[in-house]
Design a protein around this ligand. Structure first.
Ligand code: NAD
Ligand code: MG
Length: 332
């Protein structure tokens, strides 16, 4: 083993010497060798994406990314993979739009096969995602259906396992957010809808997935800055995000001995259909993200690399963590 390490180290250093020598004689080679395949030019994050004021806009729930103005960036033209998830098999709920779509595109470009779940009303967005996954030469599997139904959650996992030929990444990302100025405006039906989507569905999906997940698998929950800094008009939603952060930490402890990691992503204000289909008031939407130190909302693509990092096997010691991305505001 010691000897093997020495040999591979010698080979590595030898190889490095050769490429350094080549770089010294060839400016073209050195220019190619310097930035990695995923390197992007240095850019000021404050001016990289649209800033408020935004046009007022409203769509019937659950909304479509394709109908938003400006259109969100999910990395369609920008995300470049480098084989970090080669051969992995992922299920992403809410994979048609927003953060789920950014994760789906990035996962495929990193070499994973991807199944996405979404609502039938979102077929148009989902079709675009499936086409992008397939363009990478990966399996792209569409499994529409309503996650408020326990039987469907089980069917979703079974179908993903069957069509992917296994499962080792579960991204529980779908979410329901409707703003209500007062607790008095929230009906029991609304409250139940939010709880079923944001708390029950991950419970049902993870339960169904667990028997299929080999050691090395990753579970990722989409939580929020709302978990720790709830807005006054998101009474029901914010508490589901506190629950998400909490289940991530509990399950991480429970599943670490099985070699399964559980982490969460806590976005700040991100430009997605959820916000224009009842998630934010028109007033808030027009100035969306303006109250962050970056003075703009995030775009879904800006979280893609976090979803990749948490799934990748080189993050093998990270579990029970919440990774934030909120433009300088909020604490994960
Ligand atoms: P999004 O609207 O693009 O994604 C949410 C998805 O949830 C929808 O596409 C839909 O497919 C799915 N969904 C909702 N109810 C469902 C149901 N009953 N059955 C099946 N699917 C259902 O918006 P997004 O902002 O990308 O949301 C993704 C996650 O990020 C959510 O959990 C949300 O709470 C969280 N989040 C969003 C923000 C933000 O500012 N946009 C901030 C923090 C956290
Ligand atoms: Mg959607």
């Amino acid at each position: 083993m010691e000897e093997e390490n020495n040999i591979s180290r010698r080979k590595l250093l030898g190889g490095l010497g050769a490429s350094l020598a080549a770089a010294a004689v060839s400016p073209i080679l050195s220019a190619e060798a310097a930035p990695g395949p995923t390197a992007a030019p240095l850019q000021d994050p404050t001016t990289k994406y649209p800033r408020p004021p935004f046009k007022g806009q409203s769509q019937p729930w659950p909304g479509l990314a394709s109908q938003m103005d400006p259109k969100p960036d999910h990395g369609e033209t920008s995300y470049k993979g480098s084989g970090r998830l080669q051969g992995r098999k992922a299920l992403i709920t809410g994979g048609d739009s927003g953060m789920g779509r950014a994760a789906a595109i990035a996962y495929a470009r990193e070499g994973a096969d991807v199944a996405i779940n979404y609502l039938p009303a979102e077929e148009a967005d989902a079709k675009e995602v499936i086409a992008l996954i397939k363009k990478e030469g990966r399996k792209g599997i569409a499994i529409p259906g309503d996650l408020r139904d326990e039987a469907f959650c089980k069917k979703l996992v079974d179908e993903a396992v069957r069509q992917l030929g296994g499962l080792d990444i579960v991204v529980s990302n779908a979410g329901r957010q409707q703003a209500h100025a007062s607790i008095l405006d929230i009906s029991t039906e609304q409250f139940d809808w939010t709880m079923k989507t944001n708390i029950y569905a991950p419970f049902w999906i993870i339960k169904a997935a667990l028997p299929h997940l080999p050691p090395g698998s990753a579970i990722i929950g989409s939580t929020s800055e709302q978990a720790t800094d709830p807005s006054e008009d998101l009474y029901d939603y914010a508490q589901t995000k506190a629950a998400t952060t909490n289940y991530v930490r509990s399950l991480a402890k429970q599943l670490a001995p099985k070699g399964i990691r559980v982490n969460g992503v806590a976005p700040g204000p991100i430009w997605t259909p959820l916000q224009v289909s009842g998630g934010a008031t028109q007033e808030k939407l027009k100035e969306f993200g303006g109250n962050t130190p970056m003075k703009r909302p995030g775009q879904p693509v800006e979280l893609a690399s976090i979803y990749v990092q948490l799934a990748a096997s080189d993050a093998s010691y990270a579990t029970g963590q919440i990774y934030g991305s909120a433009g300088g505001k909020g604490m994960p």
